[in-house]
Design a protein around this ligand. Sequence first.
Ligand code: ARG
Ligand code: ASP
Length: 753
Amino acid sequence: MNTTLKSLVLAAILMLPSSLIKAGEGMWLPLLLKSLNEAEMQSMGMKLTAEDIYSINQGSLKDAIVHFGGFCTSEIISPDGLLLTNHHCGYGQIQSHSTVENNLLKNGFWAQNKSQELANAGLTATLIDRIEDVTAVAMEGITSEMNSAERQSKIDRNLGFFKDDYELQSYQEIVIKPFYNGNQYFAFITTIYKDVRLVGTPPESIGKFGSDTDNWVWPRHTGDFSLFRIYAGPDNLPAEYSDDNKPYQPKHFLPISLDGVEEGDFTMVFGFPGRTNQYLPGSAVAQIKDVLNPARIAIRDKALKIIDGYMRADEKTRLQYASKFARVANYWKKWIGENQGLNKTNALAKKQKYEDDFQESCPPKYRDLLPQINNQYRKLEDHALAREYYREVAQRNIEIMRIVNMAKQMGRAFKKNGTKGYDEFVDRISPRLESFYKDYRPEIDQEVFAALSEMYVNTLGQKYSPAEFHTLQSTEDFEAMAAELYSNSVFTDEKRMNKVLFASAEVAIEKINNDPLYKLQSAWDSIYKDEIAKPYDAIQDRINILQRYYMQAQMETFPNKRFYPDANSTMRVTYGKVNGYSPKDAVTYNPVTYLDGVIEKYVPDDYEFDVDSKLLELYENKDYGQYTDTNGKVPVCFIGTNHTTGGNSGSPAIDAHGNLIGLNFDRAWEGTMSDINYDASICRNIMVDARYILFIIDKFAGASHLIDEMKLVRPKRGMAKSDKEMIPNKPNFDRTKLEQKSKIKKSQIKEYK
Ligand code: ARG
Ligand code: ASP
């Protein structure tokens, strides 16, 4: 953008009343904030500079942001490496420390001192030391004459040399990823800590309050957080787990604001969003909305109904299937919301308008691009639908297929390394098998198999189905086939399976190869590979190339539009405002929920909406300490216009001054289409209010030693008088009263400067 235009845009932004600024779209690279975002962020109320957020010369916010296990985000909130993330991000670790006698999921867990903190094999915490634009390196020697395979192999070689030459410390790693559909490349220099211990978690009745019913839903009342700690060797550098390791001393940790938020406040979310597709042509969005999502939803709908029936009938089944059900239901519900949001915001009409503008203004060489991409998407459609069906039916929802697949690898291990290979493989997978069978009910899976394979054949026809399915006509035929398979296969029964596994390798492989489910899966899988995946991949490769050109073409055609790269699990900043929304006619949602709402939703002994007696007691006695809003109530969750996606869970919500105000964990249902078409009118991210987290740690769990580690601040007290007057009902802050009520030491409360 040239400077005159930039100042015009900025002036326009500044002239808008702050309540009208809804900016939220975009997941920006921290190292580009200075040039692309700083001015806008400041105009929205941010008091920081881009350098405060991302600096390679001094400690900055980015030094507190940690990729948690590679799948979630977390942040450092104390000088002793205390790490905050979601309960649903730490779920696997919490579960692994739980037994029937000592059920951490059910009861919660609070280490009373560091020696009680629990080690987690395999869990990593990744810090980003530096980000570098390596596009020029990647593109060296690339010419327009190269075909795409030549281009890619040249890029790979260029980047390979770059990596080899890069001077890394022994504890560092370098990851290079493509951005803007392969038009740019950035390198991330990381330090990965390997000793990450569980420090505390609320019980599920808080951390997962509302469970599947409330998942993706606003208003929300979930305390979705857990606490971990990074440990380091004597030099503060990464080390394997050891009793001698010390808490990691970070370059920066986030202070926590006790002042909370109100409508219109600036918020920033810093984390590792996984995957988005904002620049797809309308034809691709239409395919997702009208073909792929309905298929996925219908398949999962059927599977979930069957499982739900069994779960409702029997408590043991409910426990066995709770976590599997949650996993399947999570995206089922997301896709339903996504389609509703795409319809409600007329996403396709907007894409069409954008593409019309593009066709009109693009350089002539790009005019053919969209017709070509659209043509490829038309060709892709049947294969894409079949691929989705195969993946949903044969890979995800018929549970036993996972075991059949493992058996295939067993055969491969035997082929490669004989009995030794086989034995090693069986040893390695035994724990996985054991935990699979612990929660496996063949009669449920058999019913899912019958229902989904019938759907598969009816939708896709014989061409994509194994011969075994060709003669089946009625529902009864599918049920009979399923019954036959499930009663004769070794895989559906743990005892039969174990007997086979512990026979000699030759006998086991022979038995497995002749198993009816094994044969069916093999036939199905090779049809998938030949008839579905092969043509699909060929067309998709073509689309990827066209999409790269289309991205480049959009950037050239609209030089004044700011383009942010799609999410790819790299570190990003998104910013917006605390903001309610209107999901439908005559309905408006406030942006903040309170503990009163938890009590409103309370259903005694319900597995989703039970409330712990201690929490009820605190509510009864209004024993809230300093964790209340200006209205005297304890805030629980809030929403904002920040653009987030899967992987952003556990990301900090940060105020205008760089303090933690909340913890991101979900999005509001109507706006889950933000992954393909963000719209500030209904896209909202959901965060737990930092004060609810502190309230639970301090008042509910009595873990005040953890609060003592943190730095609590009151940034709004430092505001100018005129600013203060804009805030209604703000009682004067009474420190004496507050300190009597709270266990927090005076030294803990620092004025914000
Ligand atoms: N919807 C959130 C996300 O996509 C939370 C999922 C965990 N909670 C659940 N009830 N399944 O990850
Ligand atoms: N719940 C998601 C996560 O776990 C966040 C989202 O999709 O908004 O990352």
